[in-house]
Design a protein around this ligand. Structure first.
Ligand SMILES: C[S@@+](CC[C@H](N)C(=O)[O-])C[C@H]1O[C@@H](n2cnc3c(N)ncnc32)[C@H](O)[C@@H]1O
Length: 227
């Protein structure tokens, strides 16, 4: 389980804020970070008293292997950013991506072992998780669904979104474009389907503006969850 060179990972709190338009108020809510891998979002928010649970099959590995593969994943992401800077990350040339991703990796690794014991890093399959209905206020999917997996059948996304919208009041997904800059081809069909199931669903502009990945997230509200 090493992750592919085309999967970007290791994003931090600042990236998550921009990808999901998260406000300070929302950051205090119960949040599920889906497919979190070596993101530092969990470590950064829980350190200041927040409530983030990260879920990923990545966490089935022992800590030494997680450490080794997370370092590799960060290295792959940094190589990709370096080789594709203009197409993917020219929205802010001032950022030292290497320092930023290395820092995120350190925060993740330093928080992991304790978090795995206390249940803030958990290994479940996203399409079936042992959480209660509406247990979370927000479920966030960063660089997980449509970007590298944009060629999978619509049923794959439906089953994951169905489970996420069972356990969370709201689901947010970023990006909606795949790594080649192409929007997920069945997005319209998927949105119509969720509207028909009595969910609210919309595409919303975000601050994370990458020429290829775009600047839009998908929001899905579960009208059955009471806030
Ligand atoms: C590209 S990484 C995500 C990076 C992270 N969200 C970030 O922003 O830094 C995608 C992750 O999703 C996880 N994943 C994909 N499908 C999954 C599933 N069905 N159940 C659990 N984890 C899954 C993979 O193990 C991988 O670590």
């Amino acid at each position: 389980m090493q992750g592919s060179a085309q999967e970007l990972s290791g994003f931090d709190l600042d990236d998550y804020r921009k990808m999901f338009s998260l406000t300070d108020r929302e950051l205090k809510k119960n949040i599920l970070d889906c497919g979190a891998r070596q993101s530092s979002f969990n470590a950064q928010i829980n350190k200041i008293g927040g409530n983030v649970v990260s879920v990923d099959e990545w966490y089935q590995q022992d800590f030494k292997t997680i450490e080794k593969n997370s370092k590799l994943a960060t290295q792959n992401t940094l190589e990709f950013i370096r080789d594709n800077a203009k197409d993917y990350y020219n929205f802010d040339q001032k950022i030292d991506h290497s320092k930023k991703h290395q820092h995120a990796l350190d925060l993740f690794l330093n928080s992991y072992e304790k978090g795995a014991k206390t249940g803030t890093y958990v290994n479940y399959d996203l399409s079936k998780m042992p959480f209660k209905d509406c247990q979370f206020d927000l479920a966030l999917c960063s660089h997980l669904l449509f970007d590298v997996r944009g060629n999978l059948e619509i049923e794959h996304y439906q089953s994951i979104i169905e489970e996420l919208s069972r356990i969370a009041t709201e689901v947010r997904i970023f990006p909606l474009n795949n790594i080649h800059g192409v929007p997920y081809e069945h997005l319209g069909e998927l949105m119509l389907d969720w509207q028909n199931k009595n969910f609210r669903i919309e595409v919303q502009e975000t601050e994370f503006n990458s020429p290829k990945f775009g600047n839009a997230m998908l929001r899905i509200w579960n009208t059955e969850c009471h806030i």
